[in-house]
Design a protein around this ligand. Structure first.
Ligand code: MN
Ligand code: MN
Length: 265
């Protein structure tokens, strides 16, 4: 079986509101390995056999981290598929740059989030966690962008979505979004604030009215694929309640890796 590389990117220097997401990879691994947990995904695959944990990239929270993340992602995607743990959502831009550096064709992106993260720049930071998909689309690092769970539109973000040809769906239009999921090699990026804060309180930005756990699992399994990689980002353990968001993130990591492994048998 093809193994799925697992890479942690513990950074939150481009967060706009609260720090804490840098503690995400450690908290997600701890939840996955907790004595209350298990390593079996819903398709029966054992994560001990599937995941090839490469550890965390050696980040320093300085300007050099961008290239460190590109290099770590390129290494993770060099030989096959990979799943990345954030960190804040700023990591997705260097990860897609790393996929290109590994010689892989630009994938479709399926992006779950409360926010479209398409700001041209946010509070003066073009690498902000509110901007990764603007940078990815400008550089042609994705073949297309389909966004689900989006519920914070404004005039600038709507104009940016039109500029980049993004397909944007809110929780109200989620059924249409499922029907519009792209085919072909796909990267799935999961910002935990795309789920309702009732399911995922351990995030910096609470935005009520979000997707359910079941709806996000359905996206993982119904994306036509093949799924070549993905990320789970924006877990903020400082905001979590009884590790429930870390446990959710570990579940999504396992299902994403199991879906990817099933596509690469
Ligand atoms: Mn985001
Ligand atoms: Mn978000």
């Amino acid at each position: 079986m093809t193994r799925v590389a697992l890479l942690g990117l513990p950074t939150d220097q481009h967060s706009s509101f609260l720090r804490g997401a840098a503690k995400g990879p450690g908290a997600i691994r701890a939840a996955m390995r907790s004595p209350h947990a298990h390593m079996i995904a819903t398709n029966g695959l054992d994560m001990d056999a599937v995941l090839d944990d490469r550890g965390d990239a050696p980040l320093r929270e300085d300007a050099g981290d961008f290239e460190r993340m590109v290099a770590a992602a390129a290494e993770a995607f060099r030989d096959g598929p990979a799943v990345v743990l954030g960190g804040d959502h700023a990591v997705t831009y260097p990860v897609l740059a790393g996929i290109a550096a590994a010689g892989r064709a630009p994938p479709q992106i399926v992006h779950i989030d409360a926010h479209s993260d398409l700001y041209d720049d946010f509070e003066g930071d073009p690498l902000s966690h509110a901007s990764p998909f603007a940078r990815i689309m400008e550089r042609g690092l994705a073949a297309g962008l389909t966004q689900l769970g989006i519920r914070t539109p404004n005039a600038h973000l709507t104009a940016q979505a039109e500029r980049f040809g993004a397909k944007v769906f809110s929780p109200e239009t989620h059924a249409e979004g499922l029907a519009a999921l792209p085919a072909g090699p796909t990267y799935i990026s999961i910002d935990l604030d795309g789920l309702d804060p009732a399911f995922a309180p351990g995030v910096a930005h609470h935005e009520p009215g979000g997707l359910t756990t079941r709806e996000v699992l359905e996206v993982i399994w119904k994306t036509p694929g093949p799924v070549i990689g993905g990320d789970v980002v924006e877990l903020n353990p400082d905001r979590d309640i009884h590790d429930m968001t870390a446990t959710l993130a570990a579940k999504l990591l396992k299902e994403l890796a199991a879906r990817i492994a099933a596509d690469h048998r």
